[in-house]
Design a protein around this ligand. Sequence first.
Ligand code: UD1
Length: 363
Amino acid sequence: MHILHVVGARPNFMKVAPVYRALAGRQQTQTILHTGQHFDANMSAVFFDELGIPKPDINLQVGSGSHAEQTALIMQRFEPVLLERKPDWVLVYGDVNSTVAAALVCAKSLVAVGHVEAGLRSFDRTMPEEINRIVTDRLADLLFTPSADGDENLLREGTPQQRIRLVGNVMIDTLVRLLPRALERRDSLLARYHRRTYGLVTLHRPSNVDDRSALIPLLDQLSAIGMKLPLIFPIHPRTRQRLGTDLARYHASISFTEPLGYLDFLALQSAAKVVITDSGGIQEETTHLGVPCLTFRENTERPITTTVGTNLVVGTDPKRLRVEVDKILRGEAKKGAQPPLWDGHAAERIADALLARPSAAAG
Ligand code: UD1
């Protein structure tokens, strides 16, 4: 069987890595296609190296643009490759523009497509990722869900049960495999930041960073938090662009860094007092690590991290962040447990499910 993986943006890379390994272990033919949605070395190449993914066989080099431009360019450049390579299955990952663009091309070319991390819903259609999730799930022939809420969402929308496979969380597969290596480098990394006790921050959602009248008050509050608990903030290119020269105002209480590689970021997460984020994957990783997470959003598409894990969705009032950080510093952090099937073996279940169904028609 020939499986073609489509990846494009940073959160895709830790998801494809274990699936590629599981299929390689089962002697399948594989092609990795990178759309080029993320192109900076520290947003892309470093992950391939650290995660042990082979260099992409194909790079569509689409770069950035508006949603329509980026999605359309991926579709335009992906179609001839798909027709030439003729894979038995295409696997798409997560909820980025590359995911939906590839799924659309496959559906119209009658090529079977599997969606890894299917069924997640924030029920907030102002998020571009929510649109990408809904459309991709509608088109996919096999839907691999990370948790039972994903199955419930899909069934409610009318997806036939026989297309759904509850496999667990592939991002946690990567974490389980690489945590020992991340821990080896933790002491030297913390020495570099002169930190033992710190909070870790990531913010890049358009709703938080695109509008400066929301972004600046948020940074002001983070700066106040940083006076009590030093903060390390690896800053996404989108956020850096929006902050511009204002970044310099916050240096006293926040250590800004370039986006970090997977191992460094994991090492920093594992020892953080708290992680403040608007990312999806980080809500999951902190749950697995048992580290308190404050999600600066009105909703989450990953509710299991709040019901079972350590995640608290705090909304988008920056003052609430201070209140919740104070609670954590007083020792009142939320305790969590491991969600079912977040055990390091989700990708093997995906590989087995694919091999049990060599073509879309078989189901
Ligand atoms: C994308 C995903 C988001 C994911 C995030 C992780 C979509 C709709 N969004 O958002 O779900 O959480 O990736 O990072 O697919 N840029 C660079 N260098 C890069 C990549 C981007 O400078 O390597 C700049 C570009 O100028 C671009 C901006 O960052 O304008 C945003 O990039 P884009 O790919 O549009 O979306 P993200 O915000 O990264």
